[in-house]
Design a protein around this ligand. Structure first.
Ligand code: 4AD
Ligand code: MG
Length: 460
């Protein structure tokens, strides 16, 4: 069995020869003596046309097949220079591997994304979701390549954790249903409390664990599932999402932004090079102008402005916003969109936010008011990356933890890092789904993760 992708990429090698292809029917039609089937095997964005004639012994049976049926087709690959597709298979044999019931929900017409969300087990068979999930897979690979090529060590940080790295209290708690049946381990832990002897939750960020490895390996990254019980039911928030969190030692905020910018440009280039058919599809049917925009992003510098400057710019047009800004307020989507879509028309790093609206671990600037934070905002989405230089001064960190109500005891490991060979260091988190939205132009986070988890929805 040969993959359709191979036929498209190395056509010369297969023309006028016998090939065998396995795939699923996308469309099927027949006249009295012959018929056409379009099949997809998932290997390539373009499907393959099969022509079959009445001389096949199971001709009648083939004509009765429904969209979605699985077939194995043996036949000759012939060029069709005058047709829409470059070649087709003239079938010598069509084996029906698995029939499809007539109520198959995916018919040839276009279905809405809303409807397709209700059949997340079938939607990967559609054009759009073939393209989305191929890009998702390639993008994951590109991110690993980017960091691995630069010598970063990939760290698997835990999913079950006792800490709230972001201090935002947006955690899903982990509990055991039946402690009585959990075998007691030896030792002094009070298992009557819970399995782990303390309250635990699903991780909201691997950063704090990642920092421990950065202080040993220098440069590291994580890439894993992340969970937030956020009270925002938007097109950009999921309760379960994937995050990439590099952490770099002997580095400051500028190094951090350079890394983030290089990474984004790298993945853009990677998907444009490795999935041209999918990217053209998005450019034509989902987001016109996508490719041109991505090309521009690759070939120019991101804008870098301080939060204070951003507020000044936004205040000039404050009357157009639903939420008026002033120094100290957090940026809302409408403000992020104004900066990226109207003012600069490209990705923008906003740096040096007020200390009060950022996490406890961020390095305090000498002005006493701001921290060395950076968010990367992009047109169409808003925040795609959040990061900072980390506070490496033990005393300042302890003081900030006290102010924000964190227990020194619980975070002793984190303070140890500042005690034993502390370095300047920085890192960021890239929301993987937001990155996929950015690369594809897809407008809803539910449509770029295979099985979305959002408020009220954990189907499949
Ligand atoms: O800005 P955040 O909260 O930063 C952190 O978690 C840091 N610990 C990262 C670090 O410095 N190592 O989240 C980082 C990114 C956001 O910019 C956003 O892209 C994504 O994670 N994100 C979400 N994506 C989807 N659904 C959600 N609910 C998200 N929350 C954050
Ligand atoms: Mg953030």
């Amino acid at each position: 069995v040969v993959k359709i992708k191979e036929l498209f990429r190395n056509t010369e090698q297969y023309l006028d020869k016998e090939v065998t292809v396995g795939g699923w029917i996308r469309s099927i039609r027949d006249s009295k003596t012959f018929g056409f089937i379009v099949i997809s095997d998932g290997s390539f964005f373009e499907p393959l046309q099969v022509v079959y004639g009445e001389k096949l012994e199971n001709f009648q049976e083939i004509t009765k097949q429904n969209v979605g049926a699985a077939l194995i087709v043996k036949g000759t690959l012939v060029a069709t220079p005058n047709a829409k597709q470059p070649f087709e298979i003239q079938a010598a044999c069509v084996e029906i591997e698995g029939v499809s019931a007539p109520d198959y929900p995916l018919q040839k017409k276009r279905h809405s994304f809303e409807y397709l969300r209700t059949i997340s087990h079938l939607r990967p068979r559609t054009n759009t979701f073939q393209a989305v999930f191929r890009i998702r897979s390639l993008c994951a690979y590109a991110i690993h390549s980017f960091f691995q090529e630069r010598g970063f060590v990939y760290v698997h940080t835990p999913i079950i954790t006792g800490s709230d790295a972001e201090g935002a209290g947006e955690m899903f708690q982990v509990t055991t249903l039946d402690m009585e049946n959990v075998p007691m381990a030896e030792g002094k832990i009070d298992y009557s409390k819970d399995f782990f002897g303390k309250e635990t939750n699903l991780t909201v960020s691997g950063q704090l664990n990642g920092e421990t490895f950065a202080q040993a390996f220098g440069n590291i990254y994580t890439f894993g599932p992340t969970f937030r019980a956020e009270n925002s039911n938007t097109t950009r928030h999921a309760a379960e999402f994937w995050m990439i969190e590099p952490e770099i030692a002997f580095a400051d905020l500028d190094d951090n932004m350079d890394l983030a910018e290089d990474m984004l440009k790298y993945v853009i280039r990677y998907v444009l090079e490795h999935a041209p058919e999918e990217m053209n599809f998005f450019n034509s049917f989902v987001d016109k102008g996508l490719i041109e925009r991505l090309n521009n992003v690759m070939n120019s510098d991101f804008e870098r402005i301080t939060y204070t400057k951003a507020i000044e710019l936004l205040e000039e047009v404050n009357d157009r916003f639903e939420y008026k800004v002033h120094w100290g307020s957090d940026l809302q989507t409408e403000h992020e969109r104004y900066l990226t879509e109207e003012l600069y028309k490209k990705p923008v790093f906003v740096t040096d936010y007020p200390i009060e609206i950022k996490a406890f671990y961020m390095k305090q600037n000498s002005d006493g008011k701001t921290v060395a934070a950076m968010d990367c905002l992009v047109p169409g989405i808003g925040e795609i990356i959040g990061g900072s230089q980390r506070e490496d001064d033990l005393n300042k960190l302890v003081a900030r933890m006290k102010e924000t109500g964190l227990s020194e005891e619980e975070y002793q490991f984190y303070l140890d890092l500042r005690k034993y060979g502390s370095t300047r260091h920085a890192g960021y988190g890239l929301g993987f789904e937001r990155c996929i939205m950015y690369l594809t132009g897809m407008g809803n986070i539910r449509d770029v993760i295979p099985f979305p988890r959002t408020t009220g929805n954990a189907d499949l």
